[in-house]
Structures are given as structure tokens and as C-alpha cells.
Design a protein around this ligand. Structure first.
Ligand SMILES: Cc1cc2nc3c(=O)[nH]c(=O)nc-3n(C[C@H](O)[C@H](O)[C@H](O)COP(=O)(O)OP(=O)(O)OC[C@H]3O[C@@H](n4cnc5c(N)ncnc54)[C@H](O)[C@@H]3O)c2cc1C
Length: 403
């Protein structure tokens, strides 16, 4: 009988990233274990707007069915408002190379559907159990996991994957240091029921020093997000009922949009700060998802980056030598995140700020887009992804039409 505690790949963290990778690797016939500490996935105010390029990553590794089972709601239109009136909408298929919409997905529903898919594919789900310690023993890893009542057991693995989120303990145990960007703005939101506008579009409003969005989900729910500077957000965050956030949208969307809106979950706000690890892979270990680098949540790239990790890592592992695959993955992951991080800073410098400098940048952004509708390729970052884009100083100047 095979040793049920010995794995080819052991993934710490059974969120969207860890469970997706487990599904793909288990379908390919690998012996995979997933350690997940949460007995039940709850609403923690996480990624629920899913960009077209991310959906393409998921579809490429056969995970689109999981997204459908999670109730992904297509949002083909982006509808902005000025003075409570709709302005000319844009569509995700304005990009001639893209035929996917944005999707809105309940994050806990996606976690549930993904971990069920991993199990169905043959991965062993070790839950609710928390990883507590890792140790390199010869060519293998020994991982100590602990149940809620304090019982411990040991697992072994050839390849250890840290998929344990933005505050990754695996990363810490491996002595990987991180750069945490300074706080520029905060971003967060709340789930609501009773939203009164169309459910096939993103609704967005620009505010003085920030922005707010509504992403309608399936099942009559919608996620409302808000982001910005303390002057805008402090009064909202301090109303723990979420009433002030609903009111902010009610004042800026067409009459009646929020008349029947009520809270359907907790409200939470987070700093924008990107987290960048100095190393993403090493001998017999690799990080994916937020553990491999977390991006400013206000640009909604986290899920897409996570699915890119799953697609690319699984492809490279299939293709040949494991350690070369890990190194190649790490180089590409750093480059993709570096572009997403810079682009998020550019966007936040006029959407999440007020004042003359922000206005100047906003005007430059618009001029640049009139001259070059592709905006140096950055107009398509949400439909095609950051791959192949270089976000250096010259690109920044072009982005803002600075001479
Ligand atoms: C406010 C906010 C809004 C966001 N909005 C968007 C958005 O609209 N679109 C988008 O694409 N992205 C968004 N994101 C980002 C997105 O949520 C993340 O990129 C994504 O959830 C990362 O998935 P992950 O699996 O890497 O990590 P996580 O979702 O953090 O999963 C990590 C898992 O590891 C488990 N775990 C941790 N430690 C241990 C341990 N020691 N042992 C066992 N298990 C452990 C946790 O329980 C969890 O299940 C947002 C983030 C925030 C904060």
C-alpha cells in the first residue's frame, strides 16, 4: 500500500491559487496534497472581479468549468457615471483581440468550487489543518501540520508549493524577505443585496480622491468596492454597518440605484501596498498567487495573476527538468508582477488622488490615449495581461503624454 503521507507535490494553502494548481497537477496524474486551515470559506472581502486575460489563463488549463460552477456572472460592459448620469460605456470586446467579458464571482463560492474540483481530480485535501513547520531532509520536505485540537502529523513531499496568501508563512519559513510598498490609498468593500441597476455591467464612479464600483454577481448579490485617500474613506470605514458606503454610491449613481440595497456581509478595507518577495522559487520549492507577490487590489489583477501562475507553472513542470522549470517560472512571474505593480501606481496617481497634480496626470492620460488608442499596449492590460509590456520610465512618460 502507498504511503498516504508522502506526496510528489504538497501545496500549503487551498485558496483559489493552491486548489487550482492542485486540480491541474492531479488531473495530469501527479500525487498532490493540499493543506487548508479553514474549515469553511467565509467572505473576507477578496477578489471577485475577474479580468478577461485571467479568464483566458483559467480556460487554457481547463478551469473555466470551475468558474462556471462557481456562478461567474459575465459583465461585458463598463458603465461610468458623471453627475449621476451614465456616460458613453466601454466594452471589453472593444479590444479586437478579446472576446471575453469581465466576470464577477463570489470569492467563497469560487474557493468551494475549486477545492471540490481538486478533490474530484484526485488531490488529497487535508482540511482543516494548518501547516506549522517545514524542514528540508535530504532531497525531500517534511511538513508538520496541526488540527484545531492540537494534534500533529508529518507529511513529506518532493516539491513544496507556498499558496498561503499575501502574509505567507511558507515564505517566512524559507527566509525570503519582502518589499512592502508604502501605503498610498486603501481599498475594500462589502457584499450587498437589492442593487437596483443592470446586472450585466460594472458600474463605476469617480470621486474626489478615489473611486467606487459595483460588480453585480449571480444570485441577486453585488460587491461594492471603494478606494481612495483617508479624507474620502475615513467616514466610510468608521461606519461599521456599511451604511456610509452604500450612501456614497447612492449619492453618485442614478436615482434609486441603492434604494433597496442592504448589507449581505462584512465590510473590510486594505492598504494598496504591493508585496514583492525577493525570491519566488528555489530548490524544491515555489510560491504562487499572492504568496508570490500581491498587487494593489484596486486594479483587480490578483486573481488573474494567480491563474497565470497556475497555467505557467503547470506547463513548465510538464515540459521538463523541474528545477529549470521553477527558475523560469520565477523569472517570468517577477517580470509580470513588476509591470502590474508599476501600472497600478500610474493608475492610482490620478484615480486615487485629488488636486492639481492628479488632474494634470488625468489630462495627460487622456491625451496619450487620444494619440494612441492602444496606449503603448497598456490599454489592453486587463484583456491581454501584463505579459510582454515593459513599465519603465519611458513607458510612464508615454502613458501620461509627458514630453
Ligand atoms: C479588498 C480586496 C479586493 C480584491 N479584489 C480583487 C478583484 O476584484 N479581482 C482580483 O483579481 N483580485 C482581487 N483581489 C486579490 C485576490 O483576492 C487575491 O489575489 C487572490 O485571492 C489570491 O489567491 P491565493 O490563493 O493566492 O491566496 P488566498 O486567497 O489568500 O488563499 C490562501 C489560502 O491559504 C490558507 N492558508 C494560509 N496559511 C495557511 C497555513 N499555514 N496552513 C494551511 N492553510 C493556510 C488560507 O486559509 C487561504 O485559504 C482583492 C484583494 C483584496 C484584499
Amino acid at each position: 500500500m502507498s504511503d498516504r503521507t508522502a506526496f510528489e507535490v504538497l501545496i500549503i494553502g487551498g485558496g483559489v491559487g493552491g486548489a487550482s494548481l492542485a486540480t491541474v497537477l492531479a488531473r495530469a496524474g501527479r500525487r498532490v496534497g493540499v493543506v487548508e486551515r479553514e474549515p469553511v470559506f467565509r467572505d473576507r472581502v477578496r477578489g471577485e472581479g475577474f479580468h478577461p486575460w485571467g479568464y483566458r489563463q483559467a480556460a487554457a488549463v481547463g478551469l473555466d468549468g470551475v468558474l462556471e460552477r462557481a456562478g461567474a456572472n459575465p459583465l461585458p460592459i463598463w458603465q461610468g457615471y458623471r453627475d449621476r448620469e451614465p456616460v458613453e460605456p466601454s466594452r471589453w470586446d472593444d479590444d479586437p483581440e478579446n472576446d471575453y467579458p469581465e466576470f464577477a464571482i463570489s470569492h467563497p463560492a469560487l474557493q468551494n468550487a475549486t477545492i471540490a474540483a481538486a478533490k474530484a481530480a484526485g488531490a488529497e485535501i487535508l482540511r482543516p489543518l494548518a501547516a506549522r513547520r517545514i524542514e528540508r531532509v535530504g532531497e525531500r520536505w517534511e511538513v508538520t501540520i496541526e488540527g484545531a485540537e492540537g494534534s500533529r502529523q508529518r507529511l513529506t513531499a518532493d516539491l513544496l508549493v507556498g499558496a498561503d496568501g499575501r502574509d505567507s508563512a511558507v515564505r517566512r519559513w524559507l527566509d525570503v524577505s519582502v518589499t512592502v510598498d508604502p501605503v498610498h490609498h486603501r481599498f475594500g468593500g462589502m457584499l450587498i443585496e437589492g442593487f437596483g441597476l443592470a446586472t450585466d455591467m460594472i458600474h463605476s464612479v469617480s470621486l474626489n480622491g478615489g473611486t467606487a464600483y459595483v460588480l453585480p454577481q449571480s444570485g441577486g448579490f453585488a460587491r461594492i468596492y471603494g478606494g481612495g485617500q483617508p479624507e474620502l474613506l475615513n467616514p466610510i470605514v468608521s461606519d461599521r454597518s456599511g451604511g456610509a458606503l452604500i450612501e456614497l454610491l447612492a449619492e453618485n449613481l442614478p436615482e434609486g440605484a441603492m434604494a433597496n440595497a442592504r448589507s449581505a456581509g462584512p465590510m473590510a478595507f486594505f492598504p494598496n501596498s504591493d508585496i514583492v518577495p525577493e525570491q519566488i522559487a528555489g530548490e524544491g520549492w515555489v510560491l504562487i498567487g499572492d504568496a508570490a507577490g500581491a498587487n494593489d487590489p484596486s486594479v483587480g489583477q490578483g486573481l488573474s495573476l494567480t491563474y497565470r501562475d497556475v497555467r505557467r507553472l503547470s506547463e513548465l513542470l510538464d515540459a521538463g527538468d523541474r528545477d529549470e522549470a521553477l527558475q523560469q517560472y520565477a523569472v517570468e512571474r517577477s517580470a509580470v508582477h513588476a509591470t502590474a505593480r508599476e501600472h497600478a501606481k500610474w493608475i492610482a496617481s490620478f484615480t486615487m488622488e485629488s488636486g492639481a497634480d492628479a488632474e494634470r496626470r488625468r489630462a495627460g492620460f487622456r491625451r496619450a490615449q487620444e494619440i494612441d488608442p492602444a496606449h503603448g499596449g497598456f490599454a489592453f492590460i486587463y484583456t491581454r495581461g501584463p505579459m510582454g509590456l515593459v513599465a519603465d520610465e519611458a513607458a510612464r512618460r508615454r502613458f501620461f503624454n509627458e514630453t
